[in-house]
Design a protein around this ligand. Structure first.
Ligand code: ADP
Ligand code: MG
Length: 244
């Protein structure tokens, strides 16, 4: 279990993010401790992707504070957040479809210059994701959705993240691949990477997460252990497809 007496790896305080006049994230507090798997669930349009993109630095923060490893990083550019160990696997995966699988993977290491370390991490990703290795020289656009998702995760791992942000990794995948993705996420966590997981598959996300936050209309409306939320009647009726 993570040690909650130490300072969190990530802390959002009253975070607000807007698209022009539209405020999509309306002042949220969220924290992650080292080693945790925490999920963020909620309906379409709740503000989950906006939150992840603001943490990754792709969207500017209008108000509030983003603390990472004890430092305020509100204005740190995205690539320097990657250097510090913050990696995002974006919604829709963001694979370069015309490049090969290997070229895509190596893109993940673009911020690094430690050649031996990169090769070691490539081997490690191959062990974790044998399907990716089998297709190394294939053009990425020819992979199935599930394989592309694994490639996107592998690419993020090549930046040697401390904190991995995953945006709907199981979206649109066949059940077998959904299961496989959750297995990969768990093995990443076992290796000591902290994970913030956005998922539409609330049932699986809550089952595997230590803690979770529920987002609705740009606000966090509920939080607790995965176990507690899984049994919360409000969560069950709103997100797990059960009659209230
Ligand atoms: N590029 C954009 N421009 C304007 N509004 C956006 C943009 N992207 C998202 N939104 C709006 O922000 C809100 C939150 O969206 P999003 O973060 O994508 O939600 P989620 O990931 O939870 O489905 C929604 O109301 C959405 O319509
Ligand atoms: Mg989204």
């Amino acid at each position: 279990m993570p040690d909650h007496t130490t300072s969190p790896l990530l802390r959002l305080s009253n975070l607000r993010v807007s698209y022009g006049q539209i405020e999509a994230v309306k002042g949220i507090d969220l924290e992650l401790h080292s080693g945790e798997l925490v999920s963020l669930i909620g309906a379409n349009g709740a503000g989950k992707t906006t939150t992840l993109n603001a943490i990754a630095g792709i969207l500017p923060i209008a108000e509030g504070e983003l603390l990472y490893a004890g430092e305020r990083i509100n204005s740190v550019p995205p690539h320097l957040r990657v250097v510090r160990g913050l990696a995002l696997v974006p919604e829709g995966r963001g694979i370069f479809t015309r490049l090969t699988v290997e070229e895509n993977l190596r893109m993940g290491a673009y911020i690094r210059s430690d050649k031996a370390g990169i090769e070691a991490d490539m081997q490690h990703v191959f062990e974790m994701l044998p399907r990716v290795k089998e297709r190394l020289h294939q053009v990425a656009g020819t992979l199935s959705g599930g394989e592309q998702q694994m490639l996107a995760i592998g690419r993020a791992l090549l930046s040697r993240p401390k904190l991995l942000l995953l945006d709907e990794p199981s979206m649109g995948l066949a059940p077998l691949f959904v299961e496989k993705i959750f297995e990969v996420v768990q093995s990443v966590v076992r290796e000591g990477v902290t994970v913030l997981l956005v998922e539409q598959n609330a049932n699986l996300a809550l089952k595997f997460s230590q803690r979770a936050y529920v987002m609705d209309g740009g606000l966090i409306t509920l939080s607790g252990t995965g176990e507690a939320l899984l049994h919360d009647p409000k969560v069950r009726s709103a997100y797990l497809g059960e009659a209230a």
